[in-house]
Ligand binder design. Structure first.
Ligand code: GLN
Ligand code: ZN
Length: 769
């Protein structure tokens, strides 16, 4: 094969498409079904209609092979568990009674049985349901869903490529079933699982699939030699099957590293690689592995996880290099388009000039098609598109939104000293103690109090013009008064205003910062029927005016006790937004940090002596590969310190993180140089306290003693027992008493009871010291 023939054969493809529909029809149909308002048939019809619309859109745009099997009523890992028969014992009854209801029982649980655990899909904001496996797991093939969707697409006259989670990734993402030893390794089930995949592949072949795609994103993480051997064995065995479609192994989200030569040598017909910036190493690694002679390479050059237009000339250069390395080169997004919203053309409120920089799933599809055309027919065939792309990129690069001279000058002038507090922790803690005069084991909360229906109604009324800003603010103040009165009565030591004015901890700030954009329809699936609409961090960030000071000050005016100011930190502001891709993340984080620093300084100036900067996303955006951790943690901790270092020694800086498992970032937590940290700990029985202690963490900490993810009210005894456990790791003069996280999703009755018990537990344990 020559480079010319590799080019001539180039086609456009995608690995998956947003499921929900332009108006989130799928969400409505599923939730309607749960409530009994939509029949199963109507739900199936809605779903089939959405699949048809997606496929037609893809085909009309010029995509050659359309993905099938990527659709899901809830989650594609759950679909895979069903496909291989890995239905936990506790869900079998529901599945036998009704397959669809049983499916939702696995996803959401029922009165009687718990659902599968849900966790994040790599470092995206999508969540999957974790397979539960054990030594007794028996796999059985159920290819019905895959085959049905394949046939639907064939019936439309399209060329479908079924997409499946690969067997190695499926097992690597699974966990030991309840009752199975914690050290059980699901990967040991590989030999049992492969025959099931063989059966499904044979069924797909029989139904007319020429190709099938097996997704192995778990292989872009650091893997042991045993894992890599398993991958080699899996694809040697699947490759050796005679009754199967051609196989495309897909990787995404990062570089394959040591797994690349393994997959390149496997006896399969194709490999899909991510060629976006974070995975750029794939290019050299592929060349070093000798390329894919005679095979199909699918090149993910269009970022499947972000919403910015592609740089055509850069992509064409990459594709040109790849031509010499494979028998055929196809063009794709780096990952499924599930992680981006559907259609940027629906954003009517965004300035059209800026709108031209945005590419959601539909626009990305068009980009992929254009690039494939340029590759196959030569760039002469896409001259106009290249010129338009160059103009759009230039307009973005020179826009006042992305280039604010004042922000740039300020960021450039940042010195190391700006990110250091004027006194070390050990010294400033004395000033804080003298100023705050708190008891031992001080009590506090994480910030939010219940977001009641009245608050949501007030916001809706404001949006609809039924009340004016003054009327809305009165309602917020009413709420703050109530929250304050309760905390005083309950005897909490460091109070909060309750965050009633915040719709969401990132959106609230994004709406007030210059440089951020909001979308109208930019929904992406977080899990099941939950969709989020991340703000777009599009330009240079500045803070035109204070964002929280009036609410915190109002709350402080109502009490003698300290009221804690409450902000979302820079790392989390980036993690839960679509972030600009035209400068390093660290530069963007620094801009956000400076804007937040102004807020911190203004809070202090207004008399706030305790300020909390939440960073729940610090751990979740940790890069997939350990080699990249240090670089990330450096800018992440630096931006936090830049946010918080402008204050006097006596001002106490808190931070908060949720989601257990902090063991690998304790050093980074220490590097934040916060005075107090609150962490999720109730479910893990204070494990994090031990982790902090094990590392010699020198600061104050409040491992949560109240699991706010459940309506259950912890008794005072229970909270006291957890506190005593905490005291084994953290000395009494450094231990705080608080819930795991904010209370916004809880109701008032359980919140009150739980916090009263928490205060009473603190008093009991305190009196025994
Ligand atoms: N301050 C926020 C709250 O209490 C923190 C939320 C979070 O950590 N996710 O709601
Ligand atoms: Zn939290």
């Amino acid at each position: 094969m020559t480079a010319q023939s590799a080019a001539a054969a180039a086609r456009a493809t995608v690995y998956g498409y947003p499921r929900q529909g332009q108006n989130r029809e799928l969400k409505k149909a599923i939730e309607g079904y749960w409530k009994g308002r939509v029949t199963a048939d109507a739900l199936r019809e809605t779903a089939a209609g959405l699949r048809r619309t997606n496929w037609r859109q893809l085909a009309e745009a010029g995509v050659h092979e359309v993905p099938t099997g990527d659709f899901s009523y809830y989650d594609h890992m759950l679909d895979t568990s069903v496909m291989v028969g890995a239905v936990p014992e506790r869900h079998r009854g529901a599945r036998a009674a009704d397959a669809l209801d049983g499916y939702f029982a696995m996803a959401r649980g029922t009165q009687d049985v718990a659902p599968l655990e849900m966790t994040k899909w790599f470092d995206t904001n999508y969540h999957y349901l974790v397979p539960e496996l054990g030594p007794d797991t028996v796999f059985t093939a159920d290819s019905a869903k895959q085959v049905a969707e394949l046939k639907e697409a064939l019936a439309l006259g399209l060329t479908p490529r079924p997409v499946l989670v690969g067997p190695v990734t499926y097992l690597l993402l699974a966990k030991p079933a309840p009752g199975v030893a914690a050290d059980f390794e699901p990967l040991t089930l590989l030999d049992r699982l492969l025959p099931v995949y063989a059966e499904v592949l044979a069924d797909l072949r029989a139904a007319g699939a020429e190709w099938a795609q097996l997704d192995e994103p778990a292989l872009v993480q650091d893997r042991t030699p045993a894992d890599l051997n398993a991958a080699a064995r899996a694809y040697r065995d699947l490759g050796a099957l005679t009754d199967r479609p051609k196989l495309l192994i897909a990787s995404y989200f990062d570089r394959l590293g040591d797994a690349l030569p393994v997959l390149a040598k496997a006896p399969v017909e194709g490999l899909a690689l991510d060629f976006t910036e974070r995975a750029a190493g794939n290019l050299a690694d592929l060349a070093a592995a000798g390329g894919l002679p005679g095979k199909r390479l699918v090149a993910g050059v269009v970022n499947g996880r972000n919403i910015w237009i592609n740089d055509y000339e850069k992509s064409l250069a990459t594709l040109g290099t790849l031509l010499g390395l494979a028998g055929r080169v196809d063009v794709a997004a780096s990952s499924s388009l599930l992680h981006v919203p559907l259609d940027a053309a629906a954003e009517r409120d965004i300035d059209p000039q800026i709108g031209r920089w945005l590419a959601f799933a539909r626009q990305k599809t068009a980009e992929i098609v254009t690039l494939a055309k340029g590759l196959a027919q030569g760039t002469g065939a896409i001259t106009a598109e290249i010129a338009a792309n160059r103009a759009d990129l230039a307009s973005r690069a020179s826009s006042a939104l992305t280039r604010d001279p004042a922000v740039r000058a300020r960021t450039a002038a940042v010195t190391d000293a700006d990110g250091r507090r004027s006194q070390p922790y050990a010294e400033r803690t004395a000033a804080q103690r003298a100023g705050l005069r708190l008891p031992l084991l001080p009590t506090t909360t994480i910030g939010s109090f219940p977001q009641t229906n009245e608050l949501r109604t007030a916001r809706a009324d404001l949006r609809a013009g039924r009340i004016d800003t003054a009327g809305y603010e009165e309602r917020i103040k009413d709420e703050i008064r109530e929250v304050l009165a309760f905390q005083e009565k309950a005897g909490i030591d460091v109070l909060v205003h309750g965050e009633p004015e915040r719709n969401d901890m990132v959106q609230y700030f994004a709406e007030q910062l210059t440089g951020y954009l909001a979308t109208q329809h930019g929904w992406v699936q977080s899990y099941g029927t939950r969709y989020v609409r991340p703000p777009v961090l599009a330009g240079d960030i500045s803070r035109p005016e204070p964002m929280t000071v009036r609410w915190t000050s109002y709350a402080q005016s109502l009490t003698e006790r300290p009221v804690k100011g409450m902000l979302t930190g820079p790392v989390t502001m980036l993690a839960w937004s679509f972030v600009r891709d035209d400068q390093p993340l660290g530069d963007t984080a620094r801009q956000v940090a400076l804007a937040l620093r102004d807020e911190v300084d203004d809070l202090e100036a207004a008399g706030t002596s305790v300020i909390q900067v939440d960073e729940p996303a610090l751990r979740e955006t940790l890069p997939l590969r350990a080699a990249d951790h240090a670089g990330y943690l450096e800018w992440a901790t630096e931006s936090f310190r830049l946010t918080t270092s402008g204050v006097r020694p006596a001002t106490q800086i808190h931070t908060h993180m949720c989601y257990a498992e902090f063991g690998d970032i304790v050093q980074a937590i220490d590097d934040l140089d916060a005075d107090v940290i609150s962490l999720e700990a109730a479910r893990s029985h204070m494990q994090v306290a031990a982790e902090l202690a094990g590392h010699g963490y020198p600061r104050e900490a409040g491992p949560g003693v109240y699991d706010i993810h459940s309506p259950r009210v912890p008794s005072a005894d229970e909270a006291a027992a957890l506190l005593r456990k905490g005291l084994e790791a953290i000395p009494a003069d450094r231990l705080w008493v608080n819930p795991d996280c904010g209370l916004k999703t809880r109701g008032w009755p359980e919140t009150k009871a739980s916090l009263e018990n928490l205060v009473s537990a603190a008093r009991t344990v305190r009196s025994g010291l």
